[in-house]
Design a protein around this ligand. Structure first.
Ligand SMILES: Nc1ncnc2c1ncn2[C@@H]1O[C@H](COP(=O)(O)OP(=O)(O)O)[C@@H](O)[C@H]1O
Ligand SMILES: [Mg+2]
Ligand SMILES: [Zn+2]
Length: 358
């Protein structure tokens, strides 16, 4: 099984975004039981995992009572062994219904939900409806959902997840307890990687984990995928990981500076070096795009970054947009390239020779 699925968090304690974990634990420990949760935030940050954990915590037959730190209150962790937990784990539990609103915009599912929600659960205490990408529902489906949210039967719990909370009608938002997931910070990602490293009985330096975490851009899923690649290729020295990530040859920042200087020769040399050292070009291009993304936000005063003045100057104005377009295309082209260097080489030459990049 791929690592990021194998190490999906299975209990509250394993949710590494601490702010969300604390708020969830606090909610479960209180006597108030929300009938609707909303999990908002970027992908790969644990929304689906958390939803399934809540479903288990509510229905576990043999829950492990945990003390809430700094309080006399208690909350339940799922045991992950009882029949309910196991069926939820394998996605077979009749009372835990997962709906992906992105796939057909939820029309049939919400209709079905409306019909069946009043029926008592089969074997769980609570029927849990997990609706992923809920912002994709059609208006009709939203209205139906709203009706059920207004008067839910006591045995129903809704967990709505979305990457785009701004697209949700206020009427839905106001009926949910909102949990804001956010990009994980470096420490949170490292913490999650350590669970994988421990579980797989590997020995990997903190320095390497930190390098991977910096490349994952706040996504646990991406971090675990990079780690998997590192292990798969038997590359667990810092040197090798750096090469794999495109470092050790040239940093994304320096690459962007060379691009600004239109130094074709140096650019092609560094690409060829990366090729020789077996760097992963897709990862390299991803890091470049992350830098450009930072520049874009910085230029528009959304978020300050600590990028050099050189870079800012080169990519001011339309430059950053053109570069983003170019590297996004390289990223797609890499999927089909017969030689991994080629898409980057051609793009770089075209850029330096001043052809219009579309
Ligand atoms: N808190 C976490 N700690 C460690 N790994 C996590 C965490 N949350 C998610 N992951 C990893 O990321 C993957 C994606 O998580 P998921 O819950 O599907 O995120 P989302 O629904 O927000 O896209 C999981 O399979 C798991 O490996
Ligand atoms: Mg998800
Ligand atoms: Zn259980």
């Amino acid at each position: 099984m791929v690592l990021y699925l194998k190490y999906r968090p299975q209990k509250l304690a394993e949710l590494d975004i601490t702010s969300v974990r604390d708020k969830l634990v606090g909610t479960l420990a209180s006597s108030y039981r929300p009938h609707a949760y909303l999990f908002s935030g970027p992908k790969g940050t644990g929304k689906t995992s958390a939803a399934r954990i809540i479903a288990k915590a509510l229905n576990c037959l043999n829950p492990k009572e945990q003390a809430l730190t700094g309080s006399t209150k208690k909350y339940n962790e799922p045991c992950n062994k009882c029949e309910n937990c196991r069926e939820i784990l394998s996605g077979r539990h009749m009372d835990i219904i997962e709906i992906d609103a992105a796939s057909n915009r939820g029309i049939d599912e919400i209709r079905d939900l409306k019909e069946k929600i009043r029926l008592a659960p089969v074997s769980a205490e609570f029927k849990v409806y997990i609706i992923d990408e809920v912002h994709m529902l059609t208006n009709e489906a939203f209205n139906a959902l709203l009706k059920t949210l207004e008067e839910p039967p006591a045995h129903a719990v809704f967990i709505l997840a979305t990457t785009e909370p701004d697209k949700l009608p206020e009427t839905i938002l106001s009926r949910c307890v909102v949990f804001r997931f956010h990009k994980a910070n470096i420490d949170e990602v490292i913490h999650s990687l350590k669970r994988v490293v421990g579980g797989e009985k590997l020995k990997i330096d903190d320095e390497i984990l930190s390098l991977i975490a910096r490349h994952a851009d706040g996504s646990f899923r991406d971090a675990t995928k990079i780690l998997e690649q590192v292990i798969g290729e038997n590359k667990i020295t810092l040197q090798d990981v750096s090469y794999l990530l495109g470092k050790g040859t040239i940093t994304p920042e320096n690459f962007l500076i060379l691009l600004g200087k239109k130094d074709i020769n140096q650019l092609l040399q560094s690409i060829s070096l990366m090729g020789e050292r077996g760097s992963d070009f897709r990862l390299f291009v991803t890091t470049i795009l992350n830098v450009l993304h930072e520049i874009l936000l910085d230029l528009h005063k959304v978020k300050q970054s600590d990028l050099s003045a050189d870079i800012r100057k080169i990519y001011a104005g339309n430059g950053v947009i053109q570069a983003i377009r170019m590297f996004s295309r390289v990223y797609t082209d890499l999927k089909f390239a017969s030689r991994p260097e080629l898409p980057l080489e051609t793009a770089v030459v075209e850029w330096c020779e001043g052809k219009d990049i579309k």
